[in-house]
Ligand binder design. Sequence first.
Ligand code: SF4
Ligand SMILES: [Zn+2]
Length: 230
Amino acid sequence: MSAVIGRAMPVLPAAGEWQQHATCSRQPTLFDSEEPKDVAAAKAHCRRCPVQDICLRSALAEERNDSQWARFGVRGGLDPVQRAQLAGVTPATDTLENPDTLRAADELLHAGELSDAAIGRQLGVRKQTIRDRRITLGIPPLAERVAAARTVRRLLSEYAVPAEDGHVLWNRPGFRPEIDGRQYSGPQLAFVAEHGRAPEGKVQAVCGRAGCIAGGHLTDRSLREARVAA
Ligand code: SF4
Ligand SMILES: [Zn+2]
């Protein structure tokens, strides 16, 4: 494959021109976004593509400033590891065998602020490997977490009513909206919004105001246990 890039290349057509002859655009399922399901078939398709050479050169040029993790998909007949090798870059690792890397991946996944791709970039690990680890840990994808957080905020803006002295009341008693297959009471929603995680056990207001759902006034079992331990 590396011979492809070593051959004398034709003069490059104007940017965008050669893409009109890219036959992968007619095979959207085969060249499915970042991770083709059938890499061998995608490569075989590229070998019959009239613009394989320029496609590969273009991919290498685009990726020249990327470190190993940023290469995804089959382009110009090569997979990300082959392109990284061709560019003289160490390919991204596809394992989390290094304990430090595994610990860092788990921390970033639990923090819930970065996508699988962003975590992969940070750690030099393939996105797919981070994704597999996230699934093992039972953590939903970032997009779902963002959507859920948005839903939580919307529900609270609709049904949480400020009361005197900084307390907040839930004005839909008995209403338990479902998010990601789990039902939440008003206090549970407010707890999620305050702490960024689902509560463990019963949510209780420690302010003494019956029915208060002010985020900072709420505790769950793990917070109560931590306070007792402290
Ligand atoms: S070489 Fe492959 S990825 Fe590149 S344009 Fe052709 S079919 Fe698409
Ligand atoms: Zn309160």
